[in-house]
Ligand binder design. Structure first.
Ligand SMILES: NC(=O)c1ccc[n+]([C@@H]2O[C@H](COP(=O)([O-])OP(=O)(O)OC[C@H]3O[C@@H](n4cnc5c(N)ncnc54)[C@H](O)[C@@H]3O)[C@@H](O)[C@H]2O)c1
Length: 232
């Protein structure tokens, strides 16, 4: 397949490009470098099946040639980033998702959205089944991320229902692994960086909160399997 990965220079997007290429797909990686890093895809330079496109996906996406899939991973993901870039986060979840869906529709390409466990907000149910709709504060600071992703899911389902687009949504939980930035701001990198400095580990709240962790290779494995499967 020939596929587009948005957010390709990010933590997850770059691993996704690696895996798709390893499985024989042709990959166009697109990124604006808002929170990503060129070093994450530097090893792919010159790969015969990889092309990189510097582009902000909140603007119209133009691609020549046939396309079989769009995997939409562009978005700030760490709280440090989405609090620093609140408007860009809302824009990439809304306008960016719309542009990526529009491209999928024009090309007849399968669409996969990287959503998040944050669509549940501060959940009142643990663990969260898909039937639970969440507990989100739209006017709190985290609303920029939570609501952008909820809008992105709703937009994806509208294209699925109205245009019969082949779509998949993955609600990703806290993922860790190589290429995570030391200042990512989430618990795994915080603890590792503090441990390496022999500094005390910072525990938020009373420490009774829970997280669902996933190693990046396992996440990418699940995402590629869902993308390639006939389940939609
Ligand atoms: N890492 C996790 O644990 C986690 C958890 C839940 C959901 N997700 C989702 O997975 C996706 C990737 O997350 P990540 O951890 O790799 O984050 P990341 O910040 O490392 O990567 C996101 C990438 O998107 C790019 N980007 C942002 N806005 C853009 C725009 N307008 N146009 C083009 N590129 C743009 C950034 O430059 C960056 O390279 C995000 O959609 C995020 O919401 C990640």
């Amino acid at each position: 397949m020939r596929v587009l990965v948005t957010g390709a220079a990010g933590f997850l997007g770059s691993h996704l490009c690696d895996r798709l290429l390893a499985q024989g797909h042709r990959v166009i990686g697109m990124d604006s470098f808002l929170t990503g890093n060129a070093a994450n895809v530097a090893h792919l330079k010159g790969h015969p099946s990889f092309q990189f496109a510097l582009h902000d996906v909140t603007n119209f996406i133009e691609l020549q040639g046939p396309l079989d899939g769009v995997l939409h991973f562009a978005s700030p993901a760490s709280p440090v980033d989405y609090l620093e870039f609140p408007i860009q986060t809302l824009k990439v979840g809304s306008l960016g998702t719309h542009k990526a869906l529009g491209l999928s529709k024009a090309k007849g390409a399968r669409f996969l959205l990287a959503s998040t466990s944050e669509v549940y907000g501060d959940p009142l149910v643990h663990p969260q089944p898909e039937s639970y709709w969440g507990n989100v504060n739209p006017v709190g600071p985290r609303g920029v991320y939570d609501e952008a992703k909820r809008f992105a899911e709703a937009m994806t389902m509208a294209y699925h229902r109205y245009h019969q687009l082949d779509t998949r949504i993955v609600r990703i939980f806290n993922t860790y692994g190589p290429r995570m930035r030391p200042n990512d701001g989430r618990v795994v990198s915080n603890f590792i960086v503090q441990a390496l400095k022999s500094a005390p580990l910072t525990m938020y709240g009373d420490g009774s909160q829970t997280r669902s962790f996933c190693f990046v290779d396992d996440l990418i494995d699940g995402i590629v399997r869902l993308f390639e499967s006939s389940e939609s």
